[in-house]
Ligand binder design. Sequence first.
Ligand SMILES: Nc1ncnc2c1ncn2[C@@H]1O[C@H](COP(=O)(O)OP(=O)(O)O)[C@@H](O)[C@H]1O
Ligand SMILES: [Mg+2]
Length: 326
Amino acid sequence: MNPEPSPPAVLCRGLRKVYDGGHGIFRKPSPSVVAVDGLDLEIQRGECFGLLGPNGSGKTTTVEMIEGLLAPTAGEVELLGRRWGGDDAKLRERMGVALQETYLPEKLTVAELLTLFRSFYPKPRPLAALLADVELEEKQSAWVGKLSGGQRQRLAIACALVGEPEILFLDEPTTGLDPQCRRQVWGLVASYRARGGTVVLTTHYMEEAERLCDRVAIVDHGKLVRLGTPAELIAALPGGHVVELEVERNGAALAAEELRALRSVGEAHLSAEGVWSLAVSEPERAAAEALALLERKGLGLARLGTRKASLEDVFVALTGRHLRDG
Ligand SMILES: Nc1ncnc2c1ncn2[C@@H]1O[C@H](COP(=O)(O)OP(=O)(O)O)[C@@H](O)[C@H]1O
Ligand SMILES: [Mg+2]
């Protein structure tokens, strides 16, 4: 007989979470919120899987249900082939979690905190390896309270790596970090994966998802909008290129219909920052048509650029909104 195939890292079927509205005595009752609305996901071992969506789209709620921290309202979750409600302590030892916000004790040193976390596991990762993983060797004697934001975030991830987990959950691991710290986090995700680990991460940075993830699920309003590799999702966009256009003073002086009416322009969206993104297949031709339109309307050009389409463009095309707009 063939051995049983190993189960996927994560399996969700019809996952749903409704937060009940408040019924406070002193406050008006608030309506209940459908945070996750029937999600089916299958994440393979060794994969880096991204949940990509704007603020409030249900990413944190989804991962917290997978992590066994929140009870689903309906649907099923399997993590590493197990369900929550059995030998939960054993299952918890096999996963590492870095929450969206972590409160770390300020008056311990980095080495003391990691030593404390190491004491919770039967076979913890060596302290020196953990410090090297997150490039905090030089900070091992520093108080946690004295670390920079990026160093703290790396320490939180080191805490998640202590038990040599088979799967690592990172909820918005680089939100608020500067580009250098962001790259350090990307590097540590890569080395964890090189050791065979599975990663589930949430982000609203499309560049991060494009760089790190084998597959991404784009979610909005708690529903799966699209699933695929970043390259597949981008290739499915009509055109494949984007012309970015900023009009002097006032982007709203142009109407989306006027831009869409241009022969080489497919879609046109105005961002909250006042930048028009035009989905096009022939960037030079579309740029020339857009410039001619500005001239006809007597509008000045502030900036014109072309680039290949990105995951952000996929999101805009699917939802009509920008990830950053929240
Ligand atoms: N504990 C809670 N009680 C009530 N509503 C919540 C709670 N947590 C999250 N929500 C709501 O659920 C929706 C999804 O939130 P969340 O999962 O945090 O999204 P994301 O991580 O994508 O920003 C939002 O509308 C949010 O306001
Ligand atoms: Mg979140």
